[in-house]
Design a protein around this ligand. Structure first.
Ligand SMILES: Cc1cc2nc3c(=O)[nH]c(=O)nc-3n(C[C@H](O)[C@H](O)[C@H](O)COP(=O)(O)OP(=O)(O)OC[C@H]3O[C@@H](n4cnc5c(N)ncnc54)[C@H](O)[C@@H]3O)c2cc1C
Ligand code: SF4
Ligand code: SF4
Length: 591
């Protein structure tokens, strides 16, 4: 289960049960295995397995078929979350250790986009340590797609207009004075320099293009500056999306850390940011599988992300989602348990409670599966756990409507005619593409796996009553009546309940009938750690916590308005770049 409490101890120690439970291949060597709790359903391994041995198993994770796995090892390096193991290899030995003490100038807590600041400080000759709870650097950023840059050399070279002044004006107006205009200006104007800096690294060169270079877009005034990864890379994004700017950025930064001698402590969870008698940050306490680690530092960047994987924090800060089933997918790592809020609070930081929030991206079949997703479109009928429709399925289902749904769970209902039409359309759409992650004939084999899987999100039945039973409805008659009414609307071409356009009305009458379960799709949010325009963390008692900086989802540029200054990934990366400027200034006073 992905959602956990903030107290995630000893991360990434292999479970001995894995070896014991190893299944065997034909030549009696154990097949590779996926540890379900670590799998975030990014589908990278599915794409790259030459044997097509990896399938979504319905138990909230992907699974390797031991009969198909030939132990080639291709999949393993693609799993940034170390969820794939070779059971024939011995588990890494955990050596218990006494308190380890390390010294540095800058400690970065959270090795996602915060890594930008680590690399910049290292370039300036500072000794840097990254404390990262997960098994690798990357954070959510590793899986993110859209990066927005206005005013970078690469973007301007496309001939696109530089609209940064207009963007500042628009964002200032939209945020209605709730965000420091200086922070907005700095954020908008730093996206370009950040991108220029990034693309000085050879790993990032030639990897981006700007398909929407001109003008703004529906995604805001910075939208036209979207830098997408070019055709080279494939992984790094969620199902069906092939572009992964975040993947390029994070692999570039990983390489830079190595080259510049940044110490990276993975599998190490920060537990305290400590201050000296003057209230200035002086150390970070952490724990790895073997014991306690103390990192003495002169400055610290907090970049631990949001709390989308902590049910405890969701209940406290987003109670309307508190009893919902939150989907298990790459939009929240198991490490995103909002630790940054407690760390900052203990160091004396001001927390803007109103700004702490959980972001919901809508509803998706969970886990993410392109195959199932294709069957949850606008022509399907959607019902809540009450067995009734609740919205026009062809429109956007708002967060407020989702919050009103019992458990946040819905089912997309279709019949065999719609199911066949959907499969045909998807196969046609992707015909001839070289992209390895398409809706292929092989993927349709998933159907049998899914129907047999535990806690499966897909149901099939010959009668509506049986489908209702499979969905767990106490009184199938309610569901049957809903379908009857809906079918009548389809016949008449008019949806009297929710005005769904007639071209999306498809009667459910040809068995077998299908139901696909959808859950709340988490995205991110904010922990509400308050910062100023220098990315310094504000102190609860006034002023700032000297030496403490914050960036990304843990801080709050949005002040509860839900209007980002920049898009999430852009904000996290640019903010870390801005923080590194301030950190380097701060270190001058410490020299
Ligand atoms: C699948 C996916 C797709 C996305 N797509 C987009 C997109 O297209 N465009 C966009 O703008 N945004 C996108 N986002 C959001 C974007 O990636 C995030 O907003 C951004 O990465 C946030 O950066 P961050 O540094 O705040 O946190 P993260 O990227 O979550 O990094 C935080 C890091 O801190 C570590 N950590 C947590 N607690 C501790 C602790 N106690 N000690 C040490 N380390 C700790 C975590 O392990 C993690 O590595 C996407 C996110 C996901 C998951
Ligand atoms: S996290 Fe991604 S690469 Fe790793 S096992 Fe799960 S789906 Fe495969
Ligand atoms: S080891 Fe090879 S065959 Fe087995 S699941 Fe991984 S990529 Fe597929």
């Amino acid at each position: 289960m992905m959602l956990g409490s903030a107290a995630v101890a000893s991360p990434w120690v292999l479970n001995s049960a894995v070896t014991a439970a190893a299944e065997s291949t034909a030549d009696s060597k154990p097949a590779f295995k996926i540890i379900a709790e670590r799998c975030i359903n990014c589908v990278a391994c599915v794409v790259f397995c030459p044997q097509k041995a990896i399938r979504y198993s319905g138990d909230q994770a992907y699974r390797i078929d031991p009969d198909k796995c030939v132990r080639c090892g291709t999949c393993k390096p693609y799993c940034n979350h170390h969820a794939i193991v070779d059971p024939s290899q011995p588990e890494p030995e955990v050596k218990l250790h006494a308190l380890k003490t390390l010294d540095c100038d800058v400690c970065v807590v959270g090795g996602g986009p915060g890594t930008v600041a680590a690399v910049r400080a290292a370039q300036a000759g500072k000794k840097v340590i990254i404390v990262e709870k997960g098994p690798e650097l990357g954070g959510c950023a590793f899986y993110a797609m859209g990066l927005f840059t206005r005013g970078s050399k690469a973007h301007l070279a496309t001939g696109a207009r530089d609209n940064r002044e207009e963007a500042v004006k628009e964002i200032v107006a939209r945020t209605k004075g709730t965000i420091d205009p200086e922070l907005i200006r700095k954020g908008v104007f730093t996206t370009g320099p950040f991108f220029d800096w990034l693309t000085e690294f050879k790993e990032a060169q030639g990897r981006f293009n700007f398909p929407f270079a001109s003008g703004a877009s529906s995604s805001g005034p910075m939208g036209g500056g979207m830098a997408l990864e070019g055709p080279v890379g494939v992984i790094g994004s969620i199902a069906g999306q092939r572009v992964g700017s975040g993947w390029v950025v994070m692999t570039t930064l990983k390489a830079a850390c190595k080259k510049l001698g940044v110490t990276v402590l993975t599998g190490t969870r920060a537990t305290e940011i400590g201050t000296n008698s003057k209230g200035a940050v002086s150390y970070v306490m952490a724990e790895d599988a073997g014991g306690q680690v103390r990192v003495n530092c002169k400055a610290c960047l907090l970049s631990t992300g949001a709390f989308q994987s902590s049910m405890e924090m969701i209940r406290e800060y987003a109670p309307l989602f508190g009893d919902m089933r939150i989907g298990h997918n790459a939009h929240g790592l198991p490490e995103n348990t909002g630790d940054g809020m407690a760390l900052a609070r203990k160091a004396g930081a001001l927390i803007d409670r109103d700004a702490a929030r959980f972001d919901c991206l809508g509803q998706i079949p969970s886990p993410m599966s392109a195959f199932l997703d294709a069957h949850c479109k606008s022509d399907e009928m959607k019902i809540s756990l009450q067995g009734k429709r609740f919205a026009n399925e062809s429109g956007m289902i708002s967060e407020a409507v989702i919050q009103s749904l019992p458990q946040g769970v819905t089912y997309s209902i279709s019949d065999q005619t719609l199911w066949d039409a959907r499969n045909k359309a998807e196969l046609e759409r992707d015909k001839g593409k070289i992209d390895p992650y398409v809706f292929t004939a092989e993927m349709m084999d998933e159907l049998d796996d899914l129907l047999q899987a535990p806690d499966q999100p897909l149901m099939r039945a010959d009668t509506l009553e049986d489908l209702a039973n499979q969905m767990g409805f106490a009184d199938p008659r309610i569901f049957v009546a809903t379908v009857k009414r809906y079918n009548q609307f389809c016949e008449n071409g008019e949806d009297k309940d929710f005005s769904k356009p007639s071209d999306h009305l498809h009667a459910i009458k040809t068995p077998p009938f299908y139901a696909v379960r959808n859950m709340v799709h988490p995205h991110g949010g904010s922990c509400g750690v308050a910062i100023n325009a220098k990315m310094e963390v504000k102190a609860a008692k006034g002023g700032v916590v000297p030496g403490l900086y914050g960036s990304g989802d843990v801080v709050t540029p949005t002040l509860g308005t839900r209007i980002n200054i920049l898009h999430d990934l852009t904000w996290a990366l640019t903010g870390a770049y801005m923080a590194s400027d301030s950190i380097l200034e701060h270190l001058k006073t410490k020299a």
